[in-house]
Design a protein around this ligand. Structure first.
Ligand code: ATP
Length: 438
């Protein structure tokens, strides 16, 4: 994990927030490569679960909502972590993260009684102190979907079963943010609320399990590092009839990547009661009005990005070029569709007009996908730099290019080089990065 965190900082994937001021615990900034990586993951998710399906529509709702939303949803009452303080060192812990609830894991001192602590981040709306209204930064994106349910179904001509998807920021005042971006206070979720008839809940729950699993494989996670966790009945959240999580084996242990919950009719019923607006669905085909049951696949974009980074990281011993010596080659094996940069264009040398040819080629490719131009240093070092940031293809312009209009395209994973006409490079790479061929 330390190696990955240091690579992320060194190469511009992820930085600690406000680092020059000492940092903010639980907040992270995605740098030039990180923003591309996370964006590709979110777009792949949207492409798979919204654009490629005829039963899904999207939403991009505001982060700040009416304070009553959080009363109706149960968050004001029940979005609590049980916290325990050490009577000696005063450190605070989440009770469910402690193996021993008597002794402090840090100093061995005595732990006090567990107390409830609401994890929502409060904020004020309005300029004057007297009239300002307190509300919360949303702790999950899904409530906006429930609140907009009627607007969406009456404007989109959707029929049950159908889903509404949203990707966006959520905020939780986590007591112990930790494990890099795994547990942060500000993070992004990719959530779907899928509205169904109750009698289909078992069959569709299983179908979603299959689809979620398959997507994680498509973006480059390995099956042997993934498993399902079924929440026992007695520890289910207040709204849930059944919850399973996809867990991933991170270097620090197994952790939740995505939840899939059967929320029943809880949320739409609560919002109907609190708002006084009828949020039931009128099924024209069956001439029947009912509150649909909701299945919720809910993934974290940051945790998924972390899993993709962990899965991609690899170290290989390769000949260093010096007699009998080897060196460590760090490679990020991102799937081409997910990689922040798809192709690097490298002239073998700067002179003899090679740099100009390479720059022209890069300008052409740039219109289609993210590229990088690098002419500094020995070609082997330049390949290594691209391997470290996971660029799947390096295109080398050499002395023969001027005569035959051909370049070599080096594959990051096999290190094989194929020679092809410059005119063919774009189509070749586009084909390799197409999501479906991954
Ligand atoms: P945990 O038990 O790890 O606190 P949770 O069960 O509360 O997570 P959910 O409410 O189910 O999480 O949220 C759905 C998804 O949002 C999670 O699977 C996770 O990927 C992501 N997520 C939740 N909390 C955080 C966080 N603090 N930092 C980063 N991602 C998070």
């Amino acid at each position: 994990m330390d190696k990955l965190v240091s690579l992320c900082k060194r190469k511009g994937f992820i930085f600690q927030s406000s680092a020059i001021y000492g940092g903010v615990n639980g907040c992270w900034d995605f740098g030039p490569l990180g923003v591309e990586l996370k964006k590709n993951i979110k777009e792949h998710w949207w492409y798979t679960f919204v654009q490629q399906r005829d039963d899904m529509v999207g939403l991009d709702a505001s982060i700040i909502m009416h304070p009553d939303v959080w009363k109706a949803s149960g968050h004001v009452e029940a979005f609590h972590d049980m916290l325990v303080d050490c009577k000696d060192c005063r450190k605070r812990f989440r009770e469910d993260h402690l193996e021993d609830t008597v002794k402090c894991p840090e100093c061995g001192g005595e732990l006090g009684e567990a107390k409830a602590f609401n994890s929502m981040l409060k904020t004020q709306l309005g300029v004057s102190e007297e009239t300002a209204v307190s509300t919360y930064l949303r702790p999950e994106t899904c409530q906006a979907i429930f609140v907009n349910f009627k607007e969406i179904y009456s404007s989109s001509r959707v029929k049950i079963p159908f889903g509404i998807a949203q990707v966006g920021k959520s905020f939780r005042n986590e007591v112990n943010p930790r494990n890099f971006i795994f547990r942060s206070r500000e993070f992004e979720q990719m959530e779907i609320e899928y509205f169904i008839r109750e009698e289909d809940e078992v069959e569709l729950f299983e179908k979603w399990q299959g689809e979620i699993w398959e997507w994680f494989l498509q973006i480059g996670l390995m099956e042997d590092k993934m498993r399902w966790y079924e929440h026992p009945k007695e520890s289910l959240a207040h709204y849930s009839k059944r919850t399973v999580d996809v867990e991933y084996e991170f270097p620090f242990g197994w952790g939740e990547l995505q939840g899939l919950a059967n929320r029943g009719v809880y949320d739409l019923t609560q919002h109907s009661e609190h708002s006084g607006k009828d949020l039931s669905f009128f099924d024209q085909e069956k001439n029947e009005k009912y509150i649909p049951t909701v299945l919720e696949p809910s993934a974290g974009a940051d945790r998924t990005t972390l899993a993709v980074l962990c899965a991609a990281y690899d170290e290989q011993e390769v000949p260093s070029g010096k007699e009998g010596k080897t060196e460590t080659r760090v490679v990020m094996h991102f799937k081409p569709s997910i990689a922040p940069i798809k192709a690097a264009v490298l002239p073998l040398v700067k002179k003899d007009g090679l740099a100009e040819i390479a720059q022209d080629l890069e300008k052409q490719l740039r219109k289609k996908f993210n590229t990088y131009y690098d002419q500094a240093g020995a070609i082997g070092r330049r390949y290594r730099r691209q391997d470290e940031i996971g660029t799947p293809f390096c295109i080398c312009v050499d002395f023969d290019t001027k005569d035959d209009n051909c370049v070599t395209v080096r594959d990051r994973d096999t290190m094989e080089q194929v020679r092809m006409l410059m005119d063919e490079v774009c189509a070749y790479i586009e084909k390799r990065i197409a999501r479906d061929s991954d």
